[in-house]
Design a protein around this ligand. Structure first.
Ligand SMILES: *[C@@H]1O[C@H](CO)[C@@H](O)[C@H](O)[C@H]1NC(C)=O
Length: 313
């Protein structure tokens, strides 16, 4: 009997098939699915408007998004702008958060404090003790958490819905992901959907697991935008290392949106396309950087456009 060599042969064949099978062609979003992202991109963009324009719904992009505002707040500086209301064309209750200063998103995110911090008991009564967020993101979320929760509860009553959609871009996407966990923790039976454009990594694996099991999170990243690669995965040691939560959609070229398999950190989407922090650490020279098979960072791609909507007021 020659099982052992046969087995080895099979193993080799399997390895060949596996290698040949990579990169797997990922499914692409159809034109209608891309178009469906448009209102969310517009809402994320509107968060960057001066708060008075949001309160009166008078901004340029506001006109294309009929909306009943329930509450809004923030000051665009120490507290990110936010608003809650009913989107009349989507027929959905929306929570939206403003992101970072558009001109220097990467620097703002890397300047935030990296100390991991457990979720606050008063905001997340059901969170496991080992679920951590980057304390800059956690604090940015906590700054408006109680006001937003009050507005969401009012909206659920007024529009008789259990569904809430949380949107944001950049730091605002990070806050949206944290808020998704909070809404699920505070409102039993709530159905939470999260649309996060250009989100940085928000927390550790226990946080990602916690929030992914409570909300349907979709992250949409444009081409070589570096923000989804920040903070780097190896910056902090396990179990406090940063990882993404939810499903990624990556824009790989003009108008081409690919859907990643559902794991939070898939090697095929942004991780396989863009030079990662780990790739940078293993470089020996600048020549290697410029000859790298993966793409260089391009912060200009942080604002999209997504579905033709550029993410600024
Ligand atoms: C992504 O970024 C590039 C470069 O800024 C831009 O041309 C493109 O329109 C963006 N979005 C999409 C959906 O391709």
């Amino acid at each position: 009997m020659h099982f052992a060599p046969l087995f080895a042969l099979f193993a080799q064949l399997a390895a060949v098939v596996f290698v040949e099978a990579l990169p797997v062609t990922l499914p692409e979003l159809k034109a209608a699915d891309i178009l469906a992202l448009k209102p969310y991109a517009r809402l994320a963009a509107i968060t960057y408007c001066p708060i008075n324009q949001i309160k009166q719904w008078t901004c340029a992009k506001c006109k294309d998004e009929p909306f009943d505002l329930i509450a809004s707040g923030g000051n665009g500086a120490t507290v990110q702008n936010w608003f809650v209301g009913w989107d009349k064309s989507l027929k959905k209750l929306i929570v939206a958060y403003e992101g970072t200063v558009p001109t220097a998103p990467a620097s703002v995110i890397t300047d935030l404090k990296f100390t991991p911090k457990p979720l606050r008991r008063d905001l997340f009564p059901d969170a496991p003790a080992d679920a951590m967020t980057h304390n800059g993101f956690g604090d940015a979320h906590a700054a408006s958490a109680k006001d937003v929760l009050r507005a969401v509860k009012a909206g659920m009553g007024k529009y008789k819905t259990k569904s809430v959609t949380v949107v944001g871009h950049s730091l605002g996407a990070g806050i949206a992901i944290i808020e998704s966990g909070q809404l699920a923790a505070q409102i039993p039976g709530a159905k939470i959907e999260t649309i996060a454009f250009s989100s940085p990594r928000v927390g550790n694996p226990a946080f990602a697991k916690y929030v992914s099991s409570r909300a349907k999170i979709t992250r949409i990243n444009n081409m070589s935008d570096p923000v989804p690669e920040l903070p780097g995965r190896t910056l902090l040691k396990s179990p406090n290392n940063f990882v993404h939560a939810g499903q990624e959609i990556h824009v790989t070229s003009e108008g081409k949106y690919v859907k990643c398999p559902t794991e939070s950190e898939n090697p095929q989407c942004t991780n396989g396309y863009l030079i990662t922090m780990t790739d940078l650490e293993s470089l020996k020279s600048f020549q290697e950087l410029f000859a790298h098979p993966k793409k260089l960072w391009n912060p200009l791609q942080h604002q999209g456009p997504f579905a033709d909507i550029s993410i600024f007021c």
